[in-house]
Ligand binder design. Structure first.
Ligand code: SF4
Length: 354
């Protein structure tokens, strides 16, 4: 029976070794392939991209495996030069977004976990698009490899190495748990891209079973939970996909996660003018987070064509922040909306390019 070629980016290092063993090949060659994949950032199974492999090994690899590097359908730079957004085309023609950000000497890749998204956040271009499919682990890994390749050749390579990943692109990562965690394992491999777990942030709208699984497995990632409202009713209106998880169950899951991992959670709040930016809303949020190890990130809304809300202005943002800080002692930052001129809110590039 003909074997289906396996996507190399889908495999952990151990699985690659097992594959070579199954083929009757020495595992030292698997280590060379791993090195070419994640240190050489190879894009094809060719002698040029994978130097140092004997021809018979390369031929066996080409017959039994494939390497799928997404094509760049569109790349756009923000005017401030800090952000580059890619629209990447997958093998089946689906388009996903990956963003390279360079802020304060840190290089971060924001990667997608699904094509489209089922959560339907009303202000999000991806949510407005609907769900198409889950990404395979290799398709998530390939986005990080794409960014690492884009950085290669920069004048000061040590400062421009990819060190941070945020799973905040298109999709709800905990809706695609297994593929995301497999991708995280591959990205963390010390003989590969070697990303430290504490430099990987997973952002969720609050998929309770996923949060509890992260807690059980003690996954040492940073967790960001998008709240946007402090009541069940308010969240249901902004995040229709989160309706099935009552807010008290969500907060109980967050508590369990913090207790079992010893980590505080980042709580994200998109500030929409006149909708959820009043001092009273800030107090509700402060009460909700009382006693939890928490950091709040406020993000003024990134406008999208499909939602009429406006970003909060500077004064309500400042007031909201000071209520949380001064009345509740919560660490609270305002995230800058850089890259807005290239539609850096998730899904916007795909919508604009459609
Ligand atoms: S904000 Fe995230 S979870 Fe919500 S619809 Fe957009 S991609 Fe999905």
């Amino acid at each position: 029976m003909e074997e289906t070629p396996v996507n190399l980016h889908d495999l952990t290092r151990n699985e690659l070794r097992l594959l070579f063993a199954r083929w009757g090949l020495a595992t030292v060659h698997a280590d060379t392939v791993w090195n070419r994949l994640y240190l050489g950032l190879a894009t094809a199974i060719t002698e040029k991209e994978m130097p140092g492999l004997p021809p018979r090994i390369l031929n066996r690899l080409a017959a039994g495996a494939r390497l799928t590097s997404p094509g760049v359908a569109l790349a756009t730079d923000s005017t401030d030069g800090f952000t580059r957004k890619y629209l990447l085309a997958l093998e089946d023609g689906r388009k996903i977004e990956t963003v390279l950000m360079r802020y304060s000497g840190r290089v971060t890749a924001c990667v997608s976990s699904q094509a489209g998204c089922a959560m339907g956040c009303v202000f999000c271009a991806t949510g407005q698009m609907g769900f198409t499919r889950h990404l395979a682990a290799g398709e998530i890994v390939a986005q990080a490899v794409h960014v690492a390749r884009a950085l290669r050749g920069a004048e000061a390579p040590s400062e421009h190495r990819l060190r941070n990943i945020v799973l905040m692109g298109m999709g709800e990562p905990l809706h695609n748990y297994d593929a995301v965690m497999r991708a995280v394992d591959i990205l963390r491999d010390p003989a590969g891209l070697a990303l430290a777990a504490e430099r990987i942030t997973l952002s969720t709208v609050g998929v309770v079973p996923g949060i509890l699984r992260l807690a059980r497995e003690r996954q040492p990632l940073h967790l960001a939970v998008s709240l946007h409202a402090a009541t069940q009713e308010g969240r249901a209106a902004l995040i229709p996909g989160a309706r099935r998880w009552p807010i008290d169950e969500l907060m109980a899951a967050c508590r369990t996660y913090s207790e079992s991992t010893g980590r505080r959670i980042f709580y994200e709040w998109t500030l929409i003018a006149g909708r959820n930016d009043s001092p009273e809303e800030a107090r509700e949020l402060g009460r909700l987070l009382r006693g939890l190890p928490a950091q709040v990130n406020l993000i003024p809304l990134n406008p999208t064509g499909g939602y009429e809300g406006e970003p909060s202005r500077a004064e309500p943002v400042r007031r909201f922040q000071s209520v949380l800080r001064e009345e509740f002692g919560l660490p609270c930052t305002v995230r800058q909306r850089r890259g807005i001129d290239i539609a850096a809110g998730c899904g916007q590039l795909a919508v604009n390019a459609a």
